[in-house]
Write a new protein. Structure first.
Length: 148
């Protein structure tokens, strides 16, 4: 299956990922909450324009949302999923050492595929360059609120 076919398949039918039962149906709406309402949840250590970092991440949220559909959590009964993404931004805006951080081993088992997908998106994202020659560490919360 080619990438274009996969995207169309996910959009039109979910490629069978959601099963055939009504309770297995994809959620009617997913909102992805980031810390835009409470900047205390975001940790940025280093000399960089924090507003530009947050704006860059917010610009990728549609792709983050797609991770939920491409890799549905193994426990779909919950209406709230949260994890952190840790990354380092190096000179030139390159993201390295990107990885998800989970609240518990149970969350990791449920969300590992979603978290890795989100980490891949952030790793491919061009961020603003840090000021000076040192890298910057960012810890950013991702929350999926599911409405069925």
């Amino acid at each position: 299956m080619k990438l274009g076919q996969l995207v169309i398949c996910l959009v039109l039918s979910g490629c069978g990922l959601w099963g055939s039962n009504a309770e297995d149906a994809p959620p009617s709406e997913i909102s992805i909450t980031t810390s835009t309402s409470d900047s205390r949840d975001v940790v940025i250590e280093g000399d960089i324009n924090a507003d530009l970092v947050q704006r860059t991440i917010r610009g990728r949220l549609r792709y983050v949302r797609d991770c939920y559909f491409a890799h549905p959590p193994k426990d779909r009964e919950r209406s709230h999923y949260k994890f952190l993404v840790r990354l380092q931004i190096h000179k030139g805006g390159e993201a390295k050492s990107v990885r998800p951080i989970y609240n518990s081993e149970e969350d990791e088992k449920i969300l590992i595929d979603v978290g890795n997908c989100v980490a891949d998106i952030f790793a491919a994202t061009k961020f603003p360059s840090p000021r000076g020659s040192r890298s910057v560490e960012v810890i950013y919360p991702i929350t999926f609120n599911i409405q069925r």
